[in-house]
Ligand binder design. Structure first.
Ligand code: NAD
Ligand code: TYD
Length: 352
C-alpha cells in the first residue's frame, strides 16, 4: 500500500486525480489536504467519502505545524502538490495570495517532506517522491511557430505564472542542493468535469446555457493547447511511478485552438443538441487581459518517449463529454455560481 499526500485535492484537477487513483488502484491510500478556498469543493469527492483508503483533512499548505503533524502521523510515500491559486485574472487583481500559497506553501511542503523522509546526508527513504504540478505558462508566450520543451527557458509574465515558476525553481533547488527526490510536470490548459466556471471552457458552457454574453478577451485569437483532465491524471500517475528523479516532464494535448474557436464549438454543440435558440450573437469581444500571453503549445515528446504517455482523448470527444457532464450536473453548477461567484463575476467583467 502506498500513501499519497495529495494537496489541493478538492479543486478541479486534484479531485479528478483522487477519483482516478482510487478507481484505478486497490493498493493506494490518499490523504487529501485542502484549504477549501472558493475553488475547493468536497462535493466533487462524494464518491470516495466513505472509502477506507481515503481521508480528507482541511488545512493550509502554508501551515507549518499542521503539515508537520500530518507527516508525523502518517507514513507518506508521495506528495502530489496541486494546491495553488490557479486563476490568471485573479492573480492580476491580487498577486499577494499567489505568492503565499504557490511559493511559500510549496517551500513549506518541500521542507516538511524533506524532514520526514531524510535518513542521512542527502539520503531519503526508498521510493519517496515529491511531484510538483506546474504549468506551461512558466515558459511565457510563443509566436506562431515552435513549442515549449522542458529545456525552454522560464519566462513567466503574469503574477500567477511567476509564482508557479518561483515554486518550480525551489523544487529544482531541493533536488540540486539536497538530492531531494522530485519531479515537476508542466501541463497545458486542462478541461473536463469539476472545473470552476471562472476558466474559459466551463464559463462559456455556463453562460451559453444561461443565454448570457460570452466575454472573449481581445480578438479571441490567443491559442491554448487543451488537455483532457483524465489524460493529465494518467500522466501524473506515470511520472510518480516511472519518472526519473529530478526530471521535468511537459504534458500537452497536441491540441492547439484559438479561444474563439473553443467558444464557437461550445455554442454549436449546445445549439444542435440542447437549445436551438442560442447563437453567435451571444459572443462579445471585451477588453483584453493585461499582459495576455498569445500562444501556448507543448511538445510532449519526452513523456511519450520515456514513459509511453500520450493524450488519449481527442478534443471532439473530450469537449462533448465535458458539456454533457455540465448538463447532467446543473445543481453543482448552480451551487458553485451562487453567492461569492456573483460578486466575482460582476467585479471581473464590470465595464467590459
Ligand atoms: P483549482 O483552483 O481548481 O484548485 C486548487 C485547489 O487548491 C482548491 O481545492 C483550493 O481549495 C486548494 N488550495 C488553494 N490554496 C490552498 C492552500 N493554501 N492550502 C491548501 N489548499 C489550497 O486548480 P486546478 O485547476 O485544479 O489546478 C491544480 C494545479 O494544477 C495548480 O497547481 C495549477 O497551477 C496547475 N495547473 C492547472 C492547469 C489548468 O488548466 N487548470 C493547467 C496547468 C497547471
Ligand atoms: P483561462 O481558462 O483563464 O486559462 P489561462 O489564462 O490559464 O490560459 O483562459 C484561457 C484563455 O481564454 C485565455 O487566453 C484567456 C481567455 N479567456 C477569455 O477570452 N474570456 C474569459 O472570460 C476567460 C475566463 C478567458
Amino acid at each position: 500500500m502506498k500513501t499519497y499526500l495529495v494537496t489541493g485535492g478538492a479543486g478541479f484537477i486534484g479531485s479528478n486525480f483522487v477519483l482516478y487513483m482510487l478507481r484505478r488502484y486497490d493498493d493506494v491510500r490518499i490523504i487529501n489536504l485542502d484549504k477549501l478556498t472558493y475553488a475547493g469543493n468536497l462535493e466533487n469527492l462524494r464518491e470516495v467519502e466513505g472509502n477506507p483508503r481515503y481521508t480528507f483533512v482541511q488545512g493550509d499548505i502554508c501551515d507549518q505545524e499542521a503539515i508537520k503533524t500530518l507527516f508525523e502521523g502518517n507514513e507518506i510515500d508521495y506528495v502530489v502538490n496541486f494546491a495553488a491559486e490557479s486563476h490568471v485574472d485573479r492573480s492580476i487583481a491580487n498577486p499577494q495570495v499567489f505568492v503565499e500559497t504557490n511559493v511559500l506553501g510549496t517551500v513549506n511542503l518541500l521542507n516538511a517532506a524533506k524532514n520526514a523522509w531524510q535518513i542521512g546526508d542527502d539520503e531519503y527513504r526508498e521510493g519517496c517522491k515529491f511531484l510538483q504540478v506546474s504549468t506551461d505558462e512558466v515558459y511565457g508566450s510563443l509566436g506562431a511557430e515552435g513549442y515549449f520543451m522542458e529545456t525552454t527557458p522560464l519566462d513567466p509574465h503574469s503574477p500567477y505564472s511567476s509564482s508557479k515558476a518561483s515554486a518550480d525553481l525551489f523544487v529544482k533547488a531541493y533536488y540540486d542542493t539536497y538530492r531531494f527526490p522530485v519531479n515537476i510536470t508542466r501541463c497545458s490548459n486542462n478541461y473536463g468535469p469539476y472545473q470552476f466556471p471562472e476558466k474559459l471552457i466551463p464559463l462559456m458552457i455556463h453562460n451559453t446555457l444561461q443565454h448570457k454574453e460570452l466575454p472573449v478577451y481581445g480578438d479571441g485569437m490567443q491559442v491554448r493547447d487543451w488537455l483532457y483532465v483524465e489524460d493529465h491524471c494518467k500522466a501524473i500517475d506515470m511520472v510518480i511511478r516511472n519518472g526519473v528523479t529530478g526530471e521535468v516532464y511537459n504534458v500537452g494535448g497536441h491540441n492547439e485552438r484559438p479561444n474563439i474557436a473553443i467558444v464557437k464549438t461550445i455554442l454549436s454543440y449546445v445549439k444542435e443538441h440542447v437549445d436551438p435558440s442560442v447563437g453567435e450573437g451571444l459572443i462579445k469581444h471585451v477588453e483584453d487581459r493585461k499582459g495576455h500571453d498569445r500562444r501556448y503549445g507543448i511538445d510532449p515528446e519526452k513523456i511519450r518517449r520515456d514513459l509511453g504517455w500520450f493524450p488519449e482523448t481527442c478534443f471532439e470527444v473530450g469537449i462533448e463529454k465535458t458539456i454533457r457532464w455540465y448538463l447532467t450536473h446543473k445543481e453543482w453548477m448552480e451551487r458553485v455560481t451562487s453567492g461569492q461567484y456573483q460578486e466575482y463575476y460582476r467585479a471581473m467583467y464590470a465595464g467590459k
